[in-house]
Ligand binder design. Structure first.
Ligand code: NAD
Length: 482
């Protein structure tokens, strides 16, 4: 086996360097080492924050129009390296190339969108505020909230980053980004693109490393005004606790246990297609996975029959194989975790409809077949907990109200999908669901214009849209006696 190159894992104050905490990065589809990254620790975080302090002084004074130019350059740079980024997303994360391409396109759209919003800021800056007294006048400013720490997971590397980074830069903040230690390669490439974008030195800093070595000191540091975190609930709670000590703002995008409702007048083929998309895209490693499928009783048998046939027909393959429809899970820990959930599901009395293990034709790599369960006890972990793998639980319902109650009976509330024929009825069901984003008869399309985030323990705050930008701004009023 050839020795893997050691890549610099720190980009601080416009300079690449190596940290002293090496990370081994693997290709989950082959289990082979892919690269080593010289990540950092608390000392690198300290250096990055010193750089970000200087960066903030420069960037916070820029106009929205100036920031828009840089954001568009980043979008153009990503587009120019699209193929390379697709390749890195697939090889580091295990997802098929077609899915990786969607990720890269999402990143481009996000930077372009926030370029537009940044431009719009200048005309609104210092807007006069109508007051009920002629003795005073007031103006409104939106200012960057300061240095922000961005901590992201491994399931959509670069996309989660773009949803935080583009609005943070648009607002005029300086940034310390910590990618997942599992998938740092796409972010390293993104950093190389940003390095060429004309962004002033110190505004964007990248520190690769583990959660404890980099994430924890970043969340605790008093120089950080805000932490924007996407990841698990357990870590989200720790981040919030650390951030509380210095009263910094937090945005959290955490777990989900979302439902897809197949109403009595649904188009069954569409329902089956959307169930597969909601459960098996990204090998089910989505906070937005609609892993609970609720089907009107009169359709349930036929739905399950068609879902089984379709799930069994999904081509699970190495991401670079032509026609690959589902790739590998991201690493051994996630693979074992999902298999553990499947085992416990079987023990709970749930009935396995299809899948449940490694595909016979793939001897290596962290692959799991598309898996469907039914008759899942409502108090089982399979029904209640986020699996983060290609596992669907199907349950029938007798009344629409019962379906809504089943969907809402969760500590999470990220997204939901509704499949049905009657427009007014599907809209009413969407309104009754406790979720931040509801799709009706649609795949999980995400536009930068619509917000991302959910109810209950899924989130604090919203990303994307104007809300994503506001998350990195402070509101200032200046009031003068006339
Ligand atoms: P994770 O919580 O283990 O890690 C997320 C990030 O936090 C990583 O960069 C990690 O290094 C860092 N981290 C770990 N410990 C830390 C600490 N003590 N302090 C600060 N940072 C720390 O999550 P993961 O396994 O990488 O990702 C999967 C989870 O992410 C799932 O639970 C999923 O639901 C969630 N997720 C949510 C969304 C959303 O938008 N709601 C999107 C994607 C993933």
């Amino acid at each position: 086996m050839t020795a893997q190159p050691m890549l610099d894992g720190l980009y601080i104050d416009g300079q690449w360097s190596a940290g002293n905490e090496p990370l081994q990065v693997i290709n989950p589809a082959t289990e082979a080492p892919l690269a080593r990254v010289a990540g950092g620790g608390p000392e690198a975080v300290d250096r990055a924050l010193r750089a970000a302090t200087g960066g903030l002084a420069r960037w916070a004074r820029s106009t929205g129009a100036e920031r828009a130019v840089v954001l568009r350059r980043i979008a153009t740079g990503v587009a120019a390296r699209r193929e390379r980024l697709v390749q890195l997303q697939s090889s580091n994360n295990g997802k098929p190339q077609a899915e990786a391409a969607m990720d890269v396109d999402d990143v481009i759209a996000t930077f372009d969108y926030y370029a537009e919003l940044a431009e719009g800021l200048d005309a609104r800056q210092d807007a006069e505020v109508a007051l009920p007294s002629a003795d005073f006048s007031a103006r409104l400013r939106r200012e960057p909230c300061g240095i922000v720490g961005l901590i992201v997971p491994w399931n959509f590397p670069m996309v989660t980053t773009a949803w935080k980074l583009a609005p943070a830069l648009a607002a005029g903040c300086s940034v310390v980004l910590k990618p997942s230690e599992v998938t740092p390669l796409p972010e390293l490439e993104l950093a190389a693109i940003i390095a060429q974008s004309g962004l002033p030195q110190g505004v964007f800093n990248l520190v690769c490393g583990t959660g404890l070595a980099v994430g924890a000191p970043l969340a605790a540091d008093p120089r950080v005004a805000k932490i924007s975190f996407t990841g698990s609930n357990a870590v989200g709670v720790q981040v919030m606790q650390r951030a509380a000590e210095t009263v910094k703002g937090v945005s959290l995008e955490l777990g989900g246990k979302s439902s897809l409702l197949v109403l009595a007048d649904a188009d069954l083929e569409l329902a089956v297609e959307l169930a597969c998309g909601g459960g098996f895209f990204n090998a089910g490693q989505m906070c937005s996975a609609t892993s609970r499928v609720l089907v009107a009783a009169e359709l349930a048998d036929e739905f399950l029959y068609r879902l089984k046939a379709r799930a069994e027909g999904i081509r699970v393959a190495e991401p670079f194989e032509a026609g690959a429809q589902m790739g590998a899970l991201v690493n051994q820990a996630q693979y074992q975790r999902v298999l553990g959930h499947i085992d416990r599901g079987l023990q709970s009395g749930a009935r396995l409809v299809c899948g449940g293990s490694r595909p016979a034709h793939l001897a290596q790599g962290y692959f799991i077949q598309p898996t469907v369960f039914t008759e899942v006890p409502l108090d089982s972990a399979l029904w209640r907990e986020e699996i983060f793998g290609p596992v669907l639980c199907v349950r029938s319902f007798d009344s629409q109200q019962e379906a809504i109650e089943l969907a809402n009976d969760s500590e999470f509330g990220l997204v939901a999908s509704v499949v049905g024929g009657d427009t007014a009825n599907t809209e009413a069901v969407a309104n009754a669901l406790q979720a931040g984003l509801v799709w009706i008869n649609a795949p999980q399309v995400i536009f930068p214009q619509t917000a991302w985030g959910g109810y209950k323990q899924s989130s604090i705050g919203r990303e994307l849209g104007p809300w994503g930008l506001q998350a990195f701004q402070e509101i200032k009023h200046v009031v003068r006696a006339n």
